[in-house]
Design a binder for this molecule. Structure first.
Ligand code: IPE
Ligand code: IPE
Ligand code: MG
Length: 233
């Protein structure tokens, strides 16, 4: 079983277009699937699931679509807060990865409110990558290291891979074993750039709003058959 699964929730727009609906409808359906898959991952004992919800590049979309997405995130967060999206009730802990400084103020407050630290073993950590970019994340970590070097706290020659990992949003979590991308696109689109160095990739020809627990099972079965060598033999 993978400990950490990354999921790129892609294909909402095409799903809506196929039905002659505005793209926003696809995002609403996609959010429902997010909830269902989160619960299922907890049922089957996955430790960490990282969902890609909004990239640093997604600001390039029309302002109306961006606004609709922010509204949806907000609704979801309020709901999550109300049902106390915590380990007692749902076995899930919601966390955020990404630069939250650029997202609307009211959303920022909610993001802070649902960030939890104490984690029991049967809890599934649900990371939502929001205004997340893999390169931005690496750059941020490198800047933190550079500041330590400037202050004389660290020698450049002593910088390790662990130092870079420690400055990422995923600090303290295992790297993703499996990354799943639905929608038929064969790329990572700036998702977990550092952490995916040895991830197994799985591409599904289904649009995210149509993604089911069976699709997740299929991805995990495929993963189980793979031989992870990490450069060895
Ligand atoms: C993914 O679906 C959701 C976000 C990127 C926010 P898309 O909106 O990218 O859907 P397609 O790829 O256009 O179908
Ligand atoms: C990646 O999907 C980002 C999210 C799913 C949040 P995109 O739809 O933005 O990726 P590209 O533009 O097709 O690479
Ligand atoms: Mg897309």
């Amino acid at each position: 079983m993978p400990k950490h699964i990354g999921i790129i929730m892609d294909g909402n727009g095409r799903w809506a277009k196929e039905r002659g609906l505005p793209r926003t409808y696809g995002h609403v359906e996609g959010a429902k699937v997010f909830r269902k898959i989160s619960d299922y991952c907890h049922d089957i004992g996955i430790e960490v699931v990282t969902f890609y919800a909004f990239s640093t590049e997604n600001w390039r979309r029309p302002p109306t679509e961006v606004a609709a997405l922010m509204k949806l995130f907000k609704e979801y967060l309020v709901e999550a807060d109300e049902i106390k999206f915590d380990r007692q009730k749902s076995g899930l802990i919601l966390r955020f990865l990404g630069d939250t400084s650029a997202i609307p103020k009211e959303l920022q407050k909610l993001v802070g409110a649902t960030q939890l630290d104490a984690i029991s073993p049967d809890t599934t950590i649900i990371n939502i990558a929001l205004n997340y970019g893999g390169r931005q994340e690496i750059l941020r970590s490198v800047k933190q290291i550079a500041e330590k070097v400037e202050k004389g706290e660290l020698k450049a020659s002593n910088i390790t891979e662990d130092d870079i990992s420690a400055g990422l949003y995923t600090a303290g979590m295992p790297d993703p074993d499996l990354i799943i991308r639905p929608s038929g696109e064969l790329r990572l689109s700036n998702f977990l750039t550092w952490q995916s160095a040895y991830s197994e990739l799985y591409f599904a020809d289904v649009l995210w709003p149509d993604f089911t627990t069976d699709d997740l099972d299929a991805a995990i079965m495929d993963y189980a058959k793979r031989n992870r060598r990490f450069g060895g033999v």
